[in-house]
Design a binder for this molecule. Structure first.
Ligand SMILES: O=C(O)CCC(=O)C(=O)O
Ligand SMILES: [Fe+2]
Length: 252
């Protein structure tokens, strides 16, 4: 639960946070966590045991509570407290509408059970992709440290990727972005490996009216610093058997 002194004021429902430019439900809450909470989470990410990090060519990532094996989460381990609180508690506290108590009310486990942490120094990104079938199609992304643009793409008639994004979403530090349904299954998402996002304006950014502050981007530019993202999802398949197998896996 949030302490009474929490500076965060969440919307009464997600309706007010809807990104209307997008074809399926998507929401953006600019100040989802406080600066203190952002710093506390970043500290936990940075001081996690070395074995937690998986180094890719340009980017590194952590998975909590563990990697998936054949799209399955082995063992019903909970998320650590620092990933659960305040983020999960807060996600579950916001009604989607009058008839939908929260984003995960109809998901298999009623809450996100998995977090992917991606770190993007300037000039790194993630290729356009779809997230696949392992997850319930509600993706909650908390951004830390720096702003950047997430691009949404669609495939052309011949199946090839159209390299021009159809929409761009600017994610500020401490924001929550939620994407669902078709945005998850029909479109691809990616982040360009650049140091500066360009051509940022009311005309080009789908969530412009929901930004905490558009003023840093009056020149149309966003100079990136290292941005860390926490991607919260509900993994559909959880194997309790994993609890017994866990001692076989060296990873924490
Ligand atoms: O960092 C992000 O915002 C996107 C991450 C992502 O798409 C993924 O890990 O599947
Ligand atoms: Fe993704």
């Amino acid at each position: 639960m949030d302490s009474p002194s929490s500076p965060i004021r969440l919307p009464a429902s997600l309706e007010a946070s809807k990104i209307h430019a997008l074809p399926a439900a998507a929401y953006y809450i600019a100040d989802f966590i406080s600066e203190e909470e952002e710093q506390a989470i970043l500290h936990k990410v940075e001081t996690a045991p070395k074995a937690r990090w998986r180094q890719l060519t340009h980017r590194r990532l952590q998975t909590w509570p563990s990697d998936l094996v054949k799209d399955t989460l082995l063992g019903a381990r909970p998320l650590p407290a620092w990933l659960e609180d305040p983020v999960v508690a807060r996600i579950l506290s916001i009604p989607v509408s009058e008839s939908e108590p929260n984003l995960f009310a109809s998901s298999p486990h009623g809450r996100p059970n998995h977090v992917l942490i991606n770190e993007y120094p300037p000039n790194t990104g993630i290729m356009p992709h779809k997230d696949g079938s392992a997850y319930y199609p509600v993706v909650c992304t908390v951004s830390l440290g720096s702003s950047l643009c997430l691009n949404l793409y669609k495939s052309k008639e011949d199946g090839a990727l159209d390299p021009e994004p159809v929409w761009r979403i600017l994610q500020e530090p401490r924001s929550l972005l939620v994407t669902t349904a078709d945005l998850y299954s029909e479109y691809l998402h990616g982040i360009e490996p650049i140091s500066t996002d360009v051509d940022i304006s009311e005309q080009t950014i789908a969530n412009w009216s929901l930004l905490r502050s558009p003023s840093p981007y009056q020149d149309g530019l966003n100079e990136r610093q290292t941005r860390t993202s926490l991607t919260y999802r509900d993994v559909l398949k959880v194997s309790k058997l994993g609890n017994k197998l866990r001692p076989l896996f060296k990873r924490l």
